[in-house]
Design a binder for this molecule. Structure first.
Ligand SMILES: C[S@@+](CC[C@H](N)C(=O)[O-])C[C@H]1O[C@@H](n2cnc3c(N)ncnc32)[C@H](O)[C@@H]1O
Length: 265
């Protein structure tokens, strides 16, 4: 799965508005009184760094992780702090890779991972002994105004598509935040969570999001194809069509790695 810089740029403002800034207070309270080393996992073009760096004490050094080297290059050039890059799949990330971290963060990432990967991530973060802030995990709730009789069918098919098996991996999709919370709590961490929905109006982000959402729903449930064009038309010509797309932000503090023989339930 690849992410285009144009799509990430289009959603950046909505992401920044949606992230739960109230989690920054408990986060700041546990950050060390020293230069910060911040690992951004699945950094894309660096949206999280552009949002978070100005909100945390300085000096900071960012370590940007992504498997897409082109996105990493864009991120390193635009983060408002010194940055280095690590091009690798996060599936192999361990506490050693995060040694010396003051904070691990990630945005719009957890729902793309599997249960085992999220569990390993909690193991790595607790092993590194630093807080972890994961923003904008989808929760599968989409609320349109005005409502349409087909909203529920498309939502259910989209959520099932997010939980699909791809390349031999079953993605967590809307179950990711709950799985991450359980993984951190199992390791003794305290997890703070806050809702962070997108509120989209009839603009280009809404149009592109809707197109991708309908397409994914149809991929999962081909019977919906017959209704897709009319449904999209109704949504797009709505006099003032809006949607709330549910996300949640998690801040995990404390905890310690599990013994190696216990896995995700
Ligand atoms: C939805 S984008 C979000 C990017 C950025 N965090 C943001 O908020 O704009 C997800 C990012 O995670 C990266 N990613 C997803 N799964 C990954 C994995 N297993 N290993 C490394 N990077 C991954 C993708 O390449 C992409 O850049």
């Amino acid at each position: 799965m690849t992410f285009s810089p144009d799509w990430l740029a289009l959603r950046e403002k909505a992401d920044a508005t949606a992230r739960a800034a109230e989690l920054l207070e408990p986060l700041r309270a546990v950050l060390p009184d020293a230069p910060l080393v911040i690992h951004d996992l699945g950094c894309g073009t660096g949206s999280m760094g552009r949002w978070l760096a100005p909100l945390l004490p300085r000096p900071q050094r960012w370590i940007l992780h992504d498997r897409d080297p082109d996105l990493l290059e864009l991120a390193a050039a635009s983060i408002p702090a010194p940055a280095e890059t690590r091009a690798a799949d996060l599936a192999g990330l361990t506490a050693d890779d995060l040694a010396g971290a003051s904070l691990v963060t990630g945005s719009a990432l957890l729902d793309l991972l599997t249960l085992e990967e999220v569990d390993a991530l909690a193991e790595a973060c607790t092993g590194a002994g630093c807080p972890a802030l994961f923003t904008l995990s989808v929760v599968g709730e989409v609320e349109f105004t005005p409502a349409d009789p087909l909203d529920e069918d498309f939502t259910a098919a989209f959520n099932a598509h997010q939980r699909r098996v791809t390349g031999g991996r079953r993605l967590l999709g809307p179950d990711a935040a709950e799985a991450a919370t359980e993984a951190f709590v199992r390791r003794g961490a305290v997890v703070h969570s806050r809702r962070s929905p997108w509120w989209l109006g009839p603009d280009e982000l809404f149009r592109q999001w809707l197109r991708g959402w309908v397409q994914a729903a149809c991929e999962h449930q081909p019977e919906l194809v017959a209704h897709a064009a009319d449904y999209q038309c109704r949504r797009l010509r709505g006099e003032f069509s809006t949607v709330a797309v549910g996300h949640v932000d998690l801040l995990a503090i404390g905890g310690a790695p599990c013994s190696t023989d216990s896995g995700p339930g």
